[in-house]
Ligand binder design. Structure first.
Ligand SMILES: [Zn+2]
Length: 205
């Protein structure tokens, strides 16, 4: 849920989408997150990172940021009004919030190493992307995630080399749907055990 005390939305044009994505992450309410526009290198349109200098502070003062390419999301020539459709943006932000969930409990040293490995090792990128998408699925964002993944792999919108990069480093739509199914089954099992436990409890009384 959006918490004005902790979350700073500088990317005003995407305020609606950011707030929608935050609704899925109640546990991020108490973490400082800044959403802002900036030009991003390395053929990326959005990324999440810790503000490293805040990582030495106690947890409640730590800050993370989601950096967004303004041109890409608000002046996109593929769309008449220049804007990438909301559902896609929500899925995309939801994925980045999955990364932040992954960063939350890491130490500053661990996060610095994380950045280093993410930059240099493909296997590490793959692993980090799986983790982020898994968190997003568990948060309930599957539908949005699928829409944004299909978009990212659509040759109408992206050059083939970008699509190839996505396919080699990021989980597929099928992966996401598989995790979603597993998660639902697991939740169902938990519910049933809960029911059984409460029945036992009543009997003991
Ligand atoms: Zn990612």
């Amino acid at each position: 849920m959006y918490n004005p005390k902790k979350h700073t939305i500088k990317a005003k044009e995407l305020e609606y989408e950011i707030k929608e994505a935050l609704k899925f992450y109640p546990h991020l309410e108490q973490y400082g997150i800044i959403f802002r526009f900036r030009i991003i290198e390395r053929k990326s349109f959005m990324l999440a990172q810790p503000r490293l200098r805040t990582m030495i502070l106690p947890r409640r003062w730590r800050q993370f940021e989601v950096i967004i390419s303004k041109t890409y999301f608000t002046k996109n020539k593929h769309f008449e009004n220049g804007r990438v459709p909301s559902d896609i943006v929500i899925g995309w932000i939801g994925h980045e919030l999955g990364h932040i969930t992954d960063y939350m409990d890491r130490s500053s040293v661990n996060l610095a190493l994380f950045g280093f490995k993410y930059y240099y090792y493909k296997w590490f990128i793959k692993q980090a992307e799986i983790t982020a998408d898994t968190f997003a699925v568990h948060a309930g964002l599957t539908d949005y995630l699928v829409v944004s993944k299909r978009f990212g792999r659509d040759p109408k919108f992206f050059p083939q080399d970008y699509i190839d990069k996505l396919n080699s480093l990021y989980p597929s739509v099928e992966d996401v749907l598989k995790w979603d199914k597993m998660h639902r089954e697991h939740q169902e099992e938990l519910k049933n055990t809960d029911k059984m436990n409460s029945v036992n409890f009543l009997e003991e009384e």
